[in-house]
Ligand binder design. Structure first.
Ligand SMILES: NC(=O)c1ccc[n+]([C@@H]2O[C@H](COP(=O)([O-])OP(=O)(O)OC[C@H]3O[C@@H](n4cnc5c(N)ncnc54)[C@H](OP(=O)(O)O)[C@@H]3O)[C@@H](O)[C@H]2O)c1
Length: 305
């Protein structure tokens, strides 16, 4: 399949592109800079120069492709509303480019936005992030609605820790940075709230499987570990970085974690049972604990050096 990919130079996108190419697909990748174009070309893709705000470029590239994988996102958490507007405009462009084609559109999403369920989030749970003013521009619901317009749209909800060794700059990397800069691996409150986790390479494979065969309007969960208590994550980081571990009061969360505070205290256990059954996906790569122990988020030796 000829696949148009955004975010191909990113943490998850680079894993997804490697997987797509290995499975025999051709990849055209949006690249906003010389560095990103060089990275995607070195990986074996063709660069399509443009920004996520270049909606015309995106519409044309999507229309020329047999399928679309949308992993690009402007991760400016200080202006999340603007990021959401850009996201929605891009997804609207896919809707126009792909309507009536039955072609696949795989978009990235997350596991926030479900409130407190008292049980793991499952694929059939509907996100409360609906409409243009919602976080991420309500893009998941918009994309899923395209199933009624002849588009095989699929949402991949990634665990908040898509982890690996070398190059992560997401939530886990931020937690590690904060631990290093404050000298304490902190966890919110009693540390019982949970984050699910998935290895970047397992996430990349799930993206490819979703593109190839997930049904129209489906949601899949890139979740290998259902929920790891934040206290355990802090202990793992503390051990790797040789730092003390301790609780952070609710009143101190914003000061300690900055923009991450809105996610760090969230309890987000999530199941991927339906995803595994639907696509035959089984995670095989290292766990979060294994990646932290392998130095994926820094080591005491590196700190000392
Ligand atoms: N990683 C996680 O733990 C996680 C968890 C939940 C959801 N997600 C979602 O999964 C998706 C992929 O995440 P990721 O971790 O792979 O993100 P990432 O490493 O930050 O990569 C973002 C990608 O988007 C591209 N991009 C950013 N701004 C752009 C712009 N203005 N124009 C064109 N391209 C632009 C980047 O290109 P450059 O290389 O040029 O910067 C990069 O390829 C995102 O939607 C993210 O929100 C990720």
């Amino acid at each position: 399949m000829k696949v148009f990919v955004t975010g191909a130079s990113g943490w998850i996108g680079s894993a997804a592109v490697a997987e797509l190419l290995e499975r025999g697909h051709e990849v055209a990748a949006l690249a906003r800079s010389d560095a990103s174009a060089a990275a995607v070309e070195a990986a074996g893709a063709r660069a399509v120069r443009g920004e996520l705000t270049d909606v015309e470029v995106i519409r044309r590239a999507a229309g020329d492709a047999d399928g679309v994988v949308h992993l690009g996102f402007v991760h400016d958490f200080t202006n999340y509303e603007a990021s959401g507007r850009i996201e929605r405009a891009v997804v609207e462009a896919y809707g126009e480019a792909l309507a009536g084609s039955d072609r696949p559109l795989v978009i990235a999403s997350g596991l926030a936005g479900f409130g407190v369920l008292g049980r793991p989030i499952v694929e059939s749970d509907v996100s409360g992030w609906i409409g243009p003013d919602a976080p991420r521009g309500g893009s998941e619901q918009l994309a899923l609605s395209f199933a009624e317009r002849g588009i095989r749209s699929v949402s991949v909800r990634f665990a908040p820790t898509v982890h690996g060794v070398g190059g992560d700059h997401g939530f886990m990397a931020r937690l590690a940075d904060i631990a290093r800069s404050t000298g304490v691996a902190g966890y919110p409150g009693d540390g019982t709230n949970r984050w699910p986790a998935v290895n970047r390479l397992d996430a990349g494979r799930l993206v490819a499987l979703a593109l190839e065969s997930a049904p129209a309007g489906s949601v899949v969960h890139a979740v290998a570990e259902e929920g790891i208590p934040m206290r355990r994550i802090a202990e793992l980081l503390g051990a790797a970085l040789a730092l003390p571990v301790g609780p952070i009061d609710e009143a101190q969360l914003a000061e300690r974690f900055g923009w991450l505070a809105r996610f760090v205290a969230a309890d987000l256990p999530a199941s991927s049972a339906r995803t595994r059954e639907l696509l035959g996906w089984e995670p095989t790569h290292p766990t979060l604990a294994e990646d932290i122990a392998a130095g994926g988020y820094g080591t005491a030796a590196r700190l000392a050096g």
